[in-house]
Design a protein around this ligand. Structure first.
Ligand SMILES: Nc1ncnc2c1ncn2[C@@H]1O[C@H](COP(=O)(O)OP(=O)(O)OP(=O)(O)O)[C@@H](O)[C@H]1O
Length: 294
């Protein structure tokens, strides 16, 4: 039985004339230990899809099943790594990871918890920064903390929502390698959302495109058959890589062009006049800023 299944899932936001049909008829089946990359256009609904799997959102139609049972909310069985790190700024690296570990493993002794936290911080090479606050870390280091925190919860599924897209190419490359190494060690099931086809080919077993929205849906899957561990330089030279990359890009360009034709259609807009929202006055009084709307 697949560990995760999405069956005919659709999700909209709003109602009436402001209804946005974001996802439509999403079908996905992920086996235990698989690494699946979902590649999609900006704004197509990638985060919505991750939130449906995480249990922060629920489908309007269809179902999201974990081990065959409907997802009823977030749980420690799914660890999420977000694009924006989502660390608590007043806590150190150690305490950010500790918070998650305390929540998931309340029965471990203090010593066991301490060892567990340090093991995962070490795994992402952050032991020297144990006591540093997020503001004292680079973007890559912050994302390493997020990775350590998600993994320390020992989730069955690792959900990654464009975790590396804000990083420079070098940091991105080394974190890609670290995530794959850890995934390989722990044999987790992983779902990576990315807008980078090369990242998908380097990391995943399968790449599934998400078509542009509205009503985005999953396209045909592309299997990535390269042996692991994968070496970027070697893969880049491989004709099979070029072929696969071209096929995926061609598919994405085709669906992108089709959607563009639809979105290029002219619509009549209502005759609205912009109105001034009023003035905002900032006054300093006893060091507090006072904001006045009228
Ligand atoms: N809570 C919400 N309420 C209303 N609309 C929403 C909500 N969440 C997402 N949307 C809309 O759904 C669409 C898809 O958003 P989503 O964030 O899932 O896309 P994305 O592919 O992750 O975007 P990006 O590539 O910019 O990260 C957008 O039009 C967005 O405005």
């Amino acid at each position: 039985m697949p560990i995760l299944e999405l069956k005919n899932v659709s999700k909209s936001f709003g109602s009436g004339s402001s209804l946005i049909e974001v996802l439509s008829d999403i079908n996905l089946s992920v086996n235990e230990g698989e690494f699946v990359a979902i590649v999609g256009f900006s704004g197509s609904g990638k985060t919505t899809l991750i939130n449906l799997i995480n249990g922060l959102l629920f489908p309007d139609q269809g179902e999201v099943l974990l081990h065959g049972s409907p997802v009823e909310g977030p749980g420690p069985d799914r660890g999420v790594i977000f694009q924006n790190y989502s660390l608590l700024p007043w806590l150190s690296v150690y305490s950010n990871v500790k918070l998650a570990v305390d929540e998931v493993f309340p029965k471990l002794s203090k010593k066991e918890r301490d060892e567990h936290i340090k093991k995962y911080i070490d795994m992402v090479n952050l032991t020297p920064a144990l006591d540093k606050k997020p503001s004292e870390l680079s973007g890559g280091m912050r994302q390493r903390v997020s990775v350590a925190r998600a993994l320390a919860m020992n989730p069955e599924i690792l959900l990654m929502d464009e975790p590396l897209s804000a990083l420079d190419a070098l940091t991105r490359g080394s974190l890609q390698e670290e995530i794959i190494k850890i995934w390989n060690q722990d044999k987790k099931t992983a779902i990576l959302i990315t807008n980078d086809v090369d990242e998908g080919i380097l990391m995943a077993d399968r790449i599934i495109p998400l078509t542009p929205g509205p009503k985005a849906t999953l396209g045909p899957e592309f299997k990535v058959g390269f042996e692991r561990p994968r070496d970027v330089t070697e893969i880049n030279k491989d004709e099979a890589y070029k072929h696969l990359r071209n096929n995926i890009l061609e598919y994405l360009m085709d669906v992108g062009a089709t959607r563009k034709q639809v979105s290029d259609q002219r619509y009549m807009l209502p005759d609205l006049k912009p109105t001034m929202p009023g003035r905002v006055i900032f006054r300093k009084r006893k060091k507090k800023v006072q904001v006045k709307y009228f």
